[in-house]
Design a protein around this ligand. Structure first.
Ligand code: DAH
Length: 377
Protein backbone atom coordinates (compact mmCIF):
# COMPACT_ATOMS: atom_id res chain seq x y z
CA UNK A 1 0.00 0.00 0.00
CA UNK A 2 2.68 2.51 1.00
CA UNK A 3 4.54 1.18 -1.95
CA UNK A 4 1.78 2.22 -4.29
CA UNK A 5 1.44 5.60 -2.62
CA UNK A 6 5.11 6.42 -2.97
CA UNK A 7 5.27 4.99 -6.48
CA UNK A 8 2.30 7.15 -7.42
CA UNK A 9 3.88 10.23 -5.93
CA UNK A 10 7.07 9.54 -7.82
CA UNK A 11 5.11 9.07 -11.05
CA UNK A 12 3.12 12.29 -10.55
CA UNK A 13 6.36 14.16 -9.89
CA UNK A 14 7.91 12.73 -13.04
CA UNK A 15 4.84 13.69 -15.05
CA UNK A 16 4.92 17.22 -13.68
CA UNK A 17 8.59 17.49 -14.55
CA UNK A 18 8.25 16.10 -18.09
CA UNK A 19 9.62 18.72 -20.45
CA UNK A 20 8.55 17.09 -23.71
CA UNK A 21 5.79 14.93 -25.13
CA UNK A 22 8.35 12.17 -25.59
CA UNK A 23 9.30 12.05 -21.90
CA UNK A 24 5.64 12.17 -21.03
CA UNK A 25 4.91 9.22 -23.31
CA UNK A 26 7.75 7.27 -21.70
CA UNK A 27 6.21 7.96 -18.32
CA UNK A 28 2.79 6.81 -19.57
CA UNK A 29 4.23 3.53 -20.80
CA UNK A 30 5.95 3.00 -17.44
CA UNK A 31 2.69 3.44 -15.55
CA UNK A 32 -0.45 2.86 -17.62
CA UNK A 33 1.18 1.07 -20.56
CA UNK A 34 0.52 -2.63 -21.03
CA UNK A 35 3.62 -3.45 -19.07
CA UNK A 36 3.45 -0.42 -16.81
CA UNK A 37 3.43 -1.03 -13.12
CA UNK A 38 -0.15 0.24 -12.64
CA UNK A 39 -1.46 -2.15 -15.28
CA UNK A 40 0.51 -5.00 -13.82
CA UNK A 41 -0.81 -4.18 -10.33
CA UNK A 42 -4.35 -4.16 -11.70
CA UNK A 43 -3.78 -7.57 -13.20
CA UNK A 44 -2.76 -8.99 -9.79
CA UNK A 45 -6.27 -8.17 -8.52
CA UNK A 46 -7.67 -11.06 -10.58
CA UNK A 47 -5.61 -13.62 -8.66
CA UNK A 48 -6.66 -12.31 -5.24
CA UNK A 49 -9.32 -13.53 -2.91
CA UNK A 50 -12.34 -11.24 -2.74
CA UNK A 51 -11.27 -9.86 0.60
CA UNK A 52 -7.77 -9.14 -0.51
CA UNK A 53 -9.13 -7.57 -3.65
CA UNK A 54 -11.49 -5.28 -1.75
CA UNK A 55 -8.60 -4.14 0.36
CA UNK A 56 -6.10 -3.63 -2.46
CA UNK A 57 -8.26 -2.38 -5.33
CA UNK A 58 -9.12 1.17 -4.26
CA UNK A 59 -5.50 2.21 -3.83
CA UNK A 60 -4.52 0.87 -7.25
CA UNK A 61 -7.56 2.32 -8.97
CA UNK A 62 -7.13 5.74 -7.47
CA UNK A 63 -3.45 5.61 -8.39
CA UNK A 64 -4.49 4.84 -11.96
CA UNK A 65 -7.06 7.65 -12.00
CA UNK A 66 -4.65 10.18 -10.55
CA UNK A 67 -1.90 9.26 -13.00
CA UNK A 68 -4.26 9.24 -16.02
CA UNK A 69 -5.57 12.67 -15.09
CA UNK A 70 -2.08 14.05 -14.59
CA UNK A 71 -0.95 12.58 -17.92
CA UNK A 72 -3.90 14.16 -19.75
CA UNK A 73 -3.40 17.55 -18.15
CA UNK A 74 0.34 17.55 -18.81
CA UNK A 75 -0.18 16.42 -22.40
CA UNK A 76 -2.60 19.26 -23.03
CA UNK A 77 -0.21 21.76 -21.47
CA UNK A 78 2.78 20.51 -23.50
CA UNK A 79 0.76 20.57 -26.75
CA UNK A 80 -0.45 24.11 -26.10
CA UNK A 81 3.11 25.22 -25.44
CA UNK A 82 4.32 23.53 -28.63
CA UNK A 83 1.60 25.31 -30.65
CA UNK A 84 2.52 28.66 -29.11
CA UNK A 85 6.11 28.09 -29.99
CA UNK A 86 5.26 27.04 -33.57
CA UNK A 87 3.04 30.09 -34.08
CA UNK A 88 5.78 32.36 -32.82
CA UNK A 89 8.30 30.69 -35.15
CA UNK A 90 6.18 30.51 -38.31
CA UNK A 91 5.47 34.17 -38.99
CA UNK A 92 4.17 34.99 -42.49
CA UNK A 93 5.28 38.19 -44.21
CA UNK A 94 2.08 39.34 -45.87
CA UNK A 95 3.93 42.09 -47.71
CA UNK A 96 5.80 39.54 -49.86
CA UNK A 97 4.42 39.06 -53.40
CA UNK A 98 2.45 35.90 -54.06
CA UNK A 99 4.33 33.16 -55.90
CA UNK A 100 4.81 32.57 -58.74
CA UNK A 101 5.94 36.16 -59.27
CA UNK A 102 3.51 37.99 -61.53
CA UNK A 103 4.64 38.42 -65.13
CA UNK A 104 3.73 41.30 -67.38
CA UNK A 105 5.15 44.70 -68.11
CA UNK A 106 4.19 48.13 -69.32
CA UNK A 107 4.30 48.30 -73.13
CA UNK A 108 6.84 50.81 -74.49
CA UNK A 109 4.02 52.70 -76.22
CA UNK A 110 2.21 53.16 -72.91
CA UNK A 111 5.47 54.13 -71.26
CA UNK A 112 6.22 56.72 -73.95
CA UNK A 113 2.67 58.11 -73.66
CA UNK A 114 3.27 58.57 -69.93
CA UNK A 115 6.59 60.23 -70.68
CA UNK A 116 4.89 62.60 -73.16
CA UNK A 117 2.22 63.53 -70.66
CA UNK A 118 4.83 64.16 -67.98
CA UNK A 119 6.97 66.41 -70.15
CA UNK A 120 4.11 68.37 -71.72
CA UNK A 121 2.30 68.74 -68.39
CA UNK A 122 5.40 70.58 -67.19
CA UNK A 123 4.96 72.97 -70.13
CA UNK A 124 1.35 73.60 -69.17
CA UNK A 125 -0.36 71.18 -71.58
CA UNK A 126 -3.43 69.13 -70.62
CA UNK A 127 -4.06 65.68 -72.09
CA UNK A 128 -7.14 65.60 -74.35
CA UNK A 129 -8.84 62.58 -75.90
CA UNK A 130 -11.33 61.93 -78.67
CA UNK A 131 -13.14 58.92 -80.13
CA UNK A 132 -11.31 56.42 -82.31
CA UNK A 133 -14.53 55.94 -84.25
CA UNK A 134 -14.85 59.38 -85.81
CA UNK A 135 -17.02 61.04 -88.36
CA UNK A 136 -15.91 62.46 -91.64
CA UNK A 137 -16.49 66.06 -90.55
CA UNK A 138 -14.11 65.95 -87.57
CA UNK A 139 -11.51 63.77 -89.28
CA UNK A 140 -11.44 65.65 -92.59
CA UNK A 141 -13.83 68.50 -93.37
CA UNK A 142 -13.20 70.62 -90.28
CA UNK A 143 -9.48 70.11 -90.86
CA UNK A 144 -9.89 71.86 -94.21
CA UNK A 145 -10.08 68.68 -96.25
CA UNK A 146 -13.42 68.79 -98.00
CA UNK A 147 -14.78 65.85 -99.91
CA UNK A 148 -12.76 66.51 -103.02
CA UNK A 149 -9.51 67.23 -101.26
CA UNK A 150 -6.67 65.11 -102.67
CA UNK A 151 -5.05 64.73 -99.23
CA UNK A 152 -7.91 62.44 -98.24
CA UNK A 153 -6.66 59.86 -100.69
CA UNK A 154 -3.38 59.64 -98.78
CA UNK A 155 -5.13 58.58 -95.61
CA UNK A 156 -6.16 55.03 -96.64
CA UNK A 157 -9.24 55.36 -94.51
CA UNK A 158 -11.20 52.49 -92.96
CA UNK A 159 -14.88 53.42 -93.36
CA UNK A 160 -17.79 51.76 -91.59
CA UNK A 161 -20.82 50.74 -93.65
CA UNK A 162 -23.35 53.58 -93.89
CA UNK A 163 -26.23 53.50 -91.41
CA UNK A 164 -28.78 53.16 -94.20
CA UNK A 165 -27.01 50.26 -95.89
CA UNK A 166 -25.96 48.75 -92.56
CA UNK A 167 -29.58 48.18 -91.61
CA UNK A 168 -29.71 45.53 -94.26
CA UNK A 169 -27.71 42.47 -93.23
CA UNK A 170 -26.98 41.71 -96.81
CA UNK A 171 -25.15 44.99 -97.22
CA UNK A 172 -23.05 44.37 -94.08
CA UNK A 173 -22.17 40.95 -95.43
CA UNK A 174 -20.96 42.53 -98.63
CA UNK A 175 -18.80 44.98 -96.64
CA UNK A 176 -20.48 47.94 -98.27
CA UNK A 177 -18.28 50.97 -97.67
CA UNK A 178 -19.83 54.06 -96.18
CA UNK A 179 -18.79 57.68 -96.38
CA UNK A 180 -19.35 59.11 -92.93
CA UNK A 181 -18.24 56.99 -89.99
CA UNK A 182 -14.61 55.93 -90.00
CA UNK A 183 -11.67 54.91 -87.84
CA UNK A 184 -9.79 58.15 -87.30
CA UNK A 185 -6.75 58.33 -89.55
CA UNK A 186 -4.90 60.77 -87.29
CA UNK A 187 -5.23 62.44 -83.90
CA UNK A 188 -5.91 65.83 -85.53
CA UNK A 189 -9.72 65.60 -85.07
CA UNK A 190 -9.04 65.97 -81.34
CA UNK A 191 -7.89 69.51 -82.19
CA UNK A 192 -11.37 70.27 -83.51
CA UNK A 193 -13.15 68.62 -80.59
CA UNK A 194 -10.98 70.42 -78.03
CA UNK A 195 -11.52 73.83 -79.65
CA UNK A 196 -15.27 73.28 -79.88
CA UNK A 197 -15.39 72.10 -76.26
CA UNK A 198 -13.24 74.68 -74.56
CA UNK A 199 -12.64 77.57 -76.96
CA UNK A 200 -9.46 79.66 -76.76
CA UNK A 201 -6.90 79.82 -75.23
CA UNK A 202 -5.92 76.20 -75.40
CA UNK A 203 -2.87 74.04 -74.72
CA UNK A 204 -3.33 70.31 -75.18
CA UNK A 205 -1.66 67.14 -76.33
CA UNK A 206 -3.77 64.24 -77.58
CA UNK A 207 -2.02 60.87 -77.65
CA UNK A 208 -3.88 57.87 -79.03
CA UNK A 209 -4.50 55.16 -81.59
CA UNK A 210 -5.06 55.91 -85.26
CA UNK A 211 -5.86 53.62 -88.17
CA UNK A 212 -4.90 53.37 -91.81
CA UNK A 213 -5.22 50.57 -94.29
CA UNK A 214 -1.50 50.11 -94.68
CA UNK A 215 0.91 47.36 -93.62
CA UNK A 216 4.65 46.69 -93.98
CA UNK A 217 7.77 46.78 -91.77
CA UNK A 218 7.25 50.46 -90.95
CA UNK A 219 3.45 50.68 -91.21
CA UNK A 220 0.78 48.84 -89.26
CA UNK A 221 -2.99 49.30 -89.73
CA UNK A 222 -3.16 50.64 -86.18
CA UNK A 223 -0.48 52.93 -84.84
CA UNK A 224 -0.08 55.79 -82.37
CA UNK A 225 0.20 59.52 -82.75
CA UNK A 226 0.37 62.43 -80.41
CA UNK A 227 -1.23 65.67 -81.47
CA UNK A 228 -0.26 69.01 -79.98
CA UNK A 229 -2.29 72.21 -80.12
CA UNK A 230 -1.64 75.66 -78.74
CA UNK A 231 -4.09 78.50 -79.35
CA UNK A 232 -3.39 81.87 -77.79
CA UNK A 233 -2.54 85.49 -78.70
CA UNK A 234 0.57 86.32 -80.73
CA UNK A 235 1.68 82.74 -81.21
CA UNK A 236 4.25 82.19 -83.96
CA UNK A 237 6.49 79.47 -85.42
CA UNK A 238 9.22 80.34 -82.92
CA UNK A 239 6.99 79.11 -80.12
CA UNK A 240 6.44 75.89 -82.03
CA UNK A 241 10.14 75.30 -82.57
CA UNK A 242 11.01 76.04 -78.95
CA UNK A 243 8.25 73.75 -77.70
CA UNK A 244 9.31 70.82 -79.87
CA UNK A 245 12.97 71.36 -79.07
CA UNK A 246 12.28 71.52 -75.35
CA UNK A 247 10.16 68.40 -75.61
CA UNK A 248 12.76 66.38 -77.51
CA UNK A 249 15.56 67.44 -75.16
CA UNK A 250 13.55 66.20 -72.20
CA UNK A 251 12.35 63.09 -74.02
CA UNK A 252 15.76 61.91 -75.24
CA UNK A 253 17.44 63.29 -72.14
CA UNK A 254 20.17 65.10 -74.08
CA UNK A 255 20.92 68.73 -74.78
CA UNK A 256 22.33 68.38 -78.31
CA UNK A 257 18.98 67.99 -80.06
CA UNK A 258 18.88 69.99 -83.31
CA UNK A 259 15.61 70.40 -85.18
CA UNK A 260 15.15 71.49 -88.76
CA UNK A 261 11.80 72.85 -89.91
CA UNK A 262 11.31 72.09 -93.59
CA UNK A 263 8.54 73.82 -95.60
CA UNK A 264 5.74 71.42 -96.37
CA UNK A 265 2.02 71.26 -96.89
CA UNK A 266 -0.86 70.13 -94.68
CA UNK A 267 -4.40 71.32 -95.33
CA UNK A 268 -4.92 72.19 -91.65
CA UNK A 269 -1.82 74.35 -91.19
CA UNK A 270 -0.56 77.44 -92.98
CA UNK A 271 2.36 77.69 -93.19
CA UNK A 272 3.18 74.01 -92.73
CA UNK A 273 6.52 72.51 -91.83
CA UNK A 274 7.92 69.06 -91.51
CA UNK A 275 10.12 68.53 -88.48
CA UNK A 276 13.45 66.78 -88.90
CA UNK A 277 15.87 65.84 -86.15
CA UNK A 278 19.62 65.38 -86.53
CA UNK A 279 20.97 61.90 -85.77
CA UNK A 280 23.97 59.66 -86.27
CA UNK A 281 24.42 55.94 -86.75
CA UNK A 282 26.08 54.21 -83.85
CA UNK A 283 26.60 50.48 -84.08
CA UNK A 284 23.87 50.12 -86.67
CA UNK A 285 21.45 52.03 -84.48
CA UNK A 286 20.09 55.52 -85.05
CA UNK A 287 21.01 57.81 -82.19
CA UNK A 288 19.28 61.17 -82.00
CA UNK A 289 21.51 64.19 -81.44
CA UNK A 290 23.76 66.64 -83.25
CA UNK A 291 23.30 68.74 -86.38
CA UNK A 292 22.01 66.74 -89.31
CA UNK A 293 24.51 68.37 -91.67
CA UNK A 294 27.51 67.57 -89.45
CA UNK A 295 29.88 64.78 -90.60
CA UNK A 296 28.46 61.35 -89.88
CA UNK A 297 25.02 62.84 -89.28
CA UNK A 298 21.76 63.05 -91.23
CA UNK A 299 18.22 64.36 -90.82
CA UNK A 300 15.24 62.20 -90.01
CA UNK A 301 11.64 63.27 -90.30
CA UNK A 302 9.77 62.91 -87.03
CA UNK A 303 6.52 64.78 -87.53
CA UNK A 304 4.39 67.41 -89.16
CA UNK A 305 3.38 70.78 -87.82
CA UNK A 306 2.56 74.35 -88.62
CA UNK A 307 0.43 77.35 -87.76
CA UNK A 308 -3.22 76.37 -87.46
CA UNK A 309 -5.02 77.32 -90.68
CA UNK A 310 -7.51 80.18 -90.20
CA UNK A 311 -10.19 78.06 -91.86
CA UNK A 312 -9.70 75.35 -89.24
CA UNK A 313 -10.14 77.93 -86.48
CA UNK A 314 -13.37 79.09 -88.15
CA UNK A 315 -14.68 75.51 -88.43
CA UNK A 316 -13.95 75.10 -84.72
CA UNK A 317 -15.71 78.33 -83.76
CA UNK A 318 -12.63 80.40 -82.93
CA UNK A 319 -12.12 83.91 -84.34
CA UNK A 320 -8.92 83.82 -86.42
CA UNK A 321 -8.60 87.62 -86.17
CA UNK A 322 -8.21 87.36 -82.37
CA UNK A 323 -6.44 84.02 -81.91
CA UNK A 324 -3.80 81.96 -83.60
CA UNK A 325 -1.71 78.99 -82.74
CA UNK A 326 0.38 76.05 -83.78
CA UNK A 327 -0.25 72.32 -84.05
CA UNK A 328 1.96 69.31 -84.46
CA UNK A 329 1.60 65.58 -84.96
CA UNK A 330 4.25 63.00 -84.05
CA UNK A 331 4.33 59.23 -84.46
CA UNK A 332 4.61 57.75 -80.97
CA UNK A 333 5.76 54.34 -82.15
CA UNK A 334 8.49 56.00 -84.18
CA UNK A 335 9.93 58.00 -81.30
CA UNK A 336 9.61 54.97 -79.00
CA UNK A 337 11.67 52.93 -81.50
CA UNK A 338 14.26 55.71 -81.68
CA UNK A 339 14.55 56.02 -77.94
CA UNK A 340 14.53 52.35 -76.99
CA UNK A 341 16.22 50.84 -80.03
CA UNK A 342 13.63 48.57 -81.63
CA UNK A 343 13.77 48.19 -85.39
CA UNK A 344 10.56 46.44 -86.44
CA UNK A 345 7.29 48.22 -85.81
CA UNK A 346 5.23 45.04 -86.30
CA UNK A 347 6.75 43.47 -83.17
CA UNK A 348 5.04 46.24 -81.17
CA UNK A 349 1.67 44.64 -81.76
CA UNK A 350 2.51 40.92 -81.87
CA UNK A 351 2.05 40.50 -78.12
CA UNK A 352 5.08 38.18 -77.92
CA UNK A 353 5.83 37.77 -74.20
CA UNK A 354 9.58 37.55 -74.90
CA UNK A 355 9.54 40.91 -76.69
CA UNK A 356 7.48 42.42 -73.90
CA UNK A 357 9.77 40.98 -71.23
CA UNK A 358 12.72 42.53 -73.05
CA UNK A 359 11.34 45.94 -74.01
CA UNK A 360 8.57 46.35 -71.42
CA UNK A 361 8.79 48.47 -68.30
CA UNK A 362 8.12 47.78 -64.67
CA UNK A 363 4.90 49.41 -63.47
CA UNK A 364 7.06 50.97 -60.77
CA UNK A 365 9.16 52.71 -63.43
CA UNK A 366 6.97 55.81 -63.50
CA UNK A 367 8.39 58.58 -65.65
CA UNK A 368 8.92 61.76 -63.70
CA UNK A 369 10.89 64.84 -64.61
CA UNK A 370 12.88 64.63 -61.40
CA UNK A 371 13.73 60.92 -61.61
CA UNK A 372 14.02 60.78 -65.39
CA UNK A 373 11.58 60.08 -68.16
CA UNK A 374 12.50 56.55 -68.91
CA UNK A 375 16.17 56.19 -69.87
CA UNK A 376 16.83 52.86 -68.24
CA UNK A 377 20.14 52.12 -66.56
N1 DAH B 1 -2.31 64.72 -89.02
C1 DAH B 1 -1.07 64.58 -89.76
C2 DAH B 1 -0.92 63.15 -90.21
O1 DAH B 1 -1.37 62.27 -89.58
C3 DAH B 1 0.10 64.96 -88.89
C4 DAH B 1 0.11 66.41 -88.60
C5 DAH B 1 0.73 67.29 -89.43
C6 DAH B 1 -0.54 66.89 -87.47
C7 DAH B 1 0.73 68.64 -89.18
C8 DAH B 1 -0.55 68.26 -87.20
C9 DAH B 1 0.11 69.11 -88.07
O2 DAH B 1 -1.16 68.76 -86.14
O3 DAH B 1 0.12 70.43 -87.80
O4 DAH B 1 -0.33 62.92 -91.22
Amino acid sequence: MTDITSQTEAALAAIAAAASLDTLEAERLETLGKKGWVSLALKTLGGMSPDERTAAAPAIQSARAAIAEALDAKKAALEAAALEEQLARETIDLTLPALPLPKGSVHPVSQVMDELAEIFADLGFAVATGPEIEDDWHNFTALNMDETHPARAMHDTFYFPDKTTASSNEAVGQQEIGKDILLRTHTSPVQIRSMLDQGAPIRIIAPGRVYRSDSDATHTPMFHQVEGLVIDKDIHLGHLKWTLETFFKAFFEREDIVLRLRPSYFPFTEPSVEVDVGYSNEGGRRVVGGHGDAPGHAWMEIGGSGMVNARVLEFAGIDPAAWQGFAFGLGIDRIAMLKYGMNDLRAFFDGDPRWLAHYGFSPFDQPTLSAGVGARA
